[in-house]
Every structure is written in C-alpha cells, then in structure tokens.
Design a protein around this ligand. Structure first.
Ligand SMILES: Cc1cc2nc3c(=O)[nH]c(=O)nc-3n(C[C@H](O)[C@H](O)[C@H](O)COP(=O)(O)OP(=O)(O)OC[C@H]3O[C@@H](n4cnc5c(N)ncnc54)[C@H](O)[C@@H]3O)c2cc1C
Ligand code: HEM
Length: 415
C-alpha cells in the first residue's frame, strides 16, 4: 500500500503539541460528538452548496457526525500512542469515499475552519491558544495525509476532482425482488468503462423532484458485460415515523430506461486480492451486491479457488441475485452456498430458519472472509468466526453507510 498511509506516526506531531493533545484528548473525545454535531450546521450555513455533496439522511440520523468524531479521536490517539492499532484502513476508507464524491484539497480549509471553530464553541475557555494550536496541527496532519492519498487515487484513476462524475445511460432495468431493482448503466459519452475492481462502489448523484441533489453509494453488482456496469438497489422504507429512503425510492419509482444518471468512478477498498486463499463471502440483505461481482470475478480469473457463500435474508422471495450468484458459482470447481431465512418456506429443505449461524459451517483452511450487511449482522459473523479461530486480520467488512464499526470494535484491523 501507499507510503502516505503508513508514516512514522510518533514523529508526526511536534513535541509541544503532543503534550497538549495527551492532556486534552480525553476531554475532546468526551465532547467529540457534540463538536461534530455543531460543526456540520455551521459549515452548511456558510456553504449551502455542500448540502449537495453530503448525504443529508446521514446528517439527520447523526451517523456522519458520529463517524467524523470517531475518526478524529482515533487519529489523535494513534498520533500520541505508538501502541494504538494501525489507522491505515480508516484513512483508506475515508479517502476512497472522498474520491467518489470529488472532495478537493481547497475544501479542507472550509472543514478545518468550521471544525476547529466548533471545538472552541463547545469547549469554551478550556481552549487556550496552545490547545487550539495543538488541535489545529492534528487536523492538518490528518488533512494532509488524506489529501495526499486522495491525490494518489485521483491520479491513478485519471479523475479530475472538479468533474468527478460521468453521465451514464440506464439501458436496462431488472426487478430482482419486490423491493430490489438492478439498473444496467452504460457511459453516455460512448467511452469505455473505467477499471472496476470487484467489490467497489460508485457514487450516484441524482436530482430529486424537490430540486435537491444528493449522492448515494451503490456497489457495482456486476461487471459481466465489459461495456456496462450494474447497480442493484434495495428500496429503503422508513420505520417508526422516519421518511422513506429518498434516492433508493427515486431510482425505483422515477428512473426509466433511457434516463441519464451522474455516476462517479469506482472507489472502495473492499476488494479481493488475487491470492489462492479460499473465500467466505457472508452477506445479509442488500449486502449480496458485493457477493455477485466477487464470485463472477473468481469464476473468470481463478475458477479453482474455493468459495463459500453464506447469505441471510427475511425470506427466499427477498433474496436478490440468488440465482445469478448460483449461476456464476457453477463455473467454480469448489463452490458451496448456504442460506438462512427468517421466514422459511416449509418446502425449502436446503435453507435454514433464522439468523445466520456460521458455527458449524465447514470452512476451508486459511479462509479469507468478506462480510457485508447491517452492523449487528457483521459483528455476529465476526464473533462466530473469531471463536472458530479465524484471525481478525482475515475478516474484512463493508458498511453500507458511515463506518461506525470501529467505535465498538476498536481492534478490527482490516486491510
Ligand atoms: C459503500 C456503500 C455501498 C453501498 N451499496 C449499496 C448497494 O449495492 N445496494 C443498496 O441498495 N444500497 C447500497 N448502499 C446504501 C445506499 O448508499 C443508500 O444508503 C441507500 O440506498 C439508502 O439511501 P436512500 O436515499 O434511499 O435513503 P435515505 O434517504 O438516505 O435514508 C436512509 C435512512 O435514514 C432514515 N432517515 C432519513 N431522514 C431521516 C430523518 N429526518 N429522521 C430519521 N431518519 C431519517 C430513513 O428513514 C432511512 O432509514 C451502499 C452504501 C455504501 C456506503
Ligand atoms: C481531516 C479532514 C476530514 C476528515 C477527518 C473526514 C472524515 C470523514 C469520515 C470519517 C467520513 C465517513 C467515511 C465512511 O465511513 O464512509 C467522511 C465522509 C465524507 N466526507 Fe470527510 N473528512 C474530512 C474532510 C472532508 C472535506 C474537506 C470534505 C468536503 C467538504 C468532506 C466531505 C465528506 C463527505 C461528503 C463524506 C460522505 C458523507 C456521507 O456519506 O454522509 N470531508 N469524512
């Protein structure tokens, strides 16, 4: 991986700032969510154009402010504690997300101003000039590393961050289940598809009927056809009085064959390396979208590599892409599939009832795990596999939202 992600952390922060950060990290951590909850409204008030870059649902639910708070605290801790776990995977995830949204170096000044302003507002008199200077240094170290990594990703993919999307035409729609639709997209400029590594996502920007523009990420669920990419979207329903999902609803109800969508270049580091290790792909619900491209890729490039897929869903009727995954799996020499349904059809004798339970599923020696689904699901998968002796570093995960995993599982090195 890039050297920008693994510098000698202990020497990064000046000695005077390190002492201040050591003394104040606790109080900043304690107030971090209060700080980021204040930061975003102040930044959006000064720069309303950014409302079109940030996912507004993640603001409403507080997930993005929590993810930002957690990342800044974790970054500061690893600067002052050489024994802290590696931060490289967090940095990589943020950089990929930023690149898919066209974040530019000059925007770090805006975020810095409002974030450090919020630190001052929340902590008040505790923020002496020395404290402000120390946290300013932490912010800019973090920012500089992200800018460097993002510049590397932009350059490698040939992306101009001022123009991060291309128009794609919807050439086909396939209703996979009652609430899942696949959209097959082709670059409208007639150019070739960018390089897509199986497991990566694109950001799709849509102009909603109320005039707002919003991005969302969707995994490239298939790249079987070399000139087209496919995304597979589960309709999100609001529960407990929350609104229905805006972009998934729009893609389901309003987007027709022939329409254009603004789509970013592929991003994301949830990707399988070309090694010989057997794979376990454990998914739930919409997480199946990461499984199909990986199985297709292995079938194309390493058909002898053992693959076990395990999927959990509400019912067989909700299990999107099931047949397509099985079809691709038939091209592998050693492919096994397991399914769990909360509501099991009595006639289905091959699936199991209830939540996924990997405690007795035969696993090949040296298995490498890729899991994608809701956080509680992935935590359960991880706990079961750790108990079975699968090393933590062999378990990779993808969160379909701001990554809040590390808050509860700080020892999760992935990457
Ligand atoms: C890397 C990545 C890959 C992904 N891949 C896929 C994929 O392949 N397929 C797929 O279907 N999805 C995928 N997603 C999820 C996708 O990006 C969207 O998050 C999903 O489609 C929901 O978007 P939405 O606009 O429909 O819902 P949103 O409008 O974003 O709503 C999301 C949730 O927030 C709640 N909410 C919104 N506003 C409020 C409020 N004011 N108060 C309380 N609650 C509120 C909603 O009720 C809903 O539950 C992926 C996400 C990531 C990060
Ligand atoms: C040091 C500075 C920054 C840090 C530490 C940071 C951190 C983060 C984190 C932790 C995430 C969530 C990643 C995930 O798990 O998916 C994120 C997403 C994001 N960041 Fe940054 N970021 C910084 C700078 C910026 C800047 C300058 C911008 C541009 C204005 C920006 C825009 C975004 C957007 C739009 C998202 C996606 C939000 C969402 O989907 O809700 N960030 N960032």
């Amino acid at each position: 991986m890039s050297t920008t992600l693994s510098p000698d952390r202990t020497s990064l922060l000046s000695e005077s700032s390190a002492a201040v950060v050591r003394a104040t990290a606790g109080v900043v951590a304690e107030h971090a969510e209060q700080i980021t909850a204040r930061f975003y409204p102040s930044m959006f008030a000064a720069h309303p154009e950014l409302l079109r870059t940030f996912n507004q649902a993640n603001q409403a639910t507080g997930e993005q402010p929590r993810a930002l708070a957690a990342s800044v605290v974790a970054y500061a801790v690893q600067l002052i504690d050489p024994a802290a776990p590696s931060f490289a995977h967090v940095m990589r995830r943020i950089a990929h997300k930023h690149v898919s949204l066209g974040i530019r170096p000059e925007q770090y000044t805006i975020v810095g101003r409002h974030l450090l302003g919020a630190v001052g507002d929340v902590l008040g008199d505790a923020v002496t000039p020395q404290v402000a200077a120390a946290w300013d240094e932490v912010y800019w170290l973090f920012a500089t590393q992200l800018v460097a990594e993002e510049a590397r990703l932009y350059a490698a993919a040939g992306i101009d961050p001022a123009q991060p999307t291309r128009p794609y035409r919807v050439v086909r729609r396939a209703q996979e289940t009652s609430d899942v639709v696949s959209l097959v997209l082709e670059p409208a400029d007639g150019g070739p598809l960018p390089r897509i590594v199986p497991g990566q996502y694109v950001s799709v920007f849509v102009d909603l009927p109320d005039g707002e523009r919003q991005p969302r990420q969707y995994t490239v669920s298939s790249t079987r056809q070399g000139t087209r990419l496919q995304i597979t979207v589960r309709r999100v329903r609001g529960t407990g009085g929350a609104p229905d999902g805006r972009v998934s609803g729009f893609l389901h109800d309003r987007v027709a064959v022939g329409d254009l969508l603004d789509v970013s270049a592929p991003a994301g580091d949830f990707v399988v390396e070309d090694s010989a290790s057997p794979l376990l792909l454990a998914s739930a619900g919409a997480g199946i979208t990461t499984v199909l491209p990986i199985v297709e890729h292995i079938a194309r490039t390493q058909p002898q590599r053992p693959v076990v897929v395990a999927h959990a869903d509400r019912a067989a009727a909700d299990h999107a892409l099931r047949e397509t995954v099985l079809h691709a799996g038939r091209e592998l020499d050693d492919f096994t599939s397991h399914t769990w349904y909360e509501q099991l059809d009595p006639a289905d004798t091959t699936s199991r009832e209830g939540f996924m339970d990997l405690s007795d599923v035969p696993l090949p020696e040296g298995v490498q795990v890729f899991t994608c689904g809701p956080l509680p699901f992935m935590r359960h998968v991880r706990a079961t596999l750790l108990a079975r002796g699968v090393p933590a570093e062999r378990i990779r995960y993808e969160v379909f939202g701001p990554d809040l995993w590390a808050q509860d599982v700080p020892d999760t090195p992935v990457g």
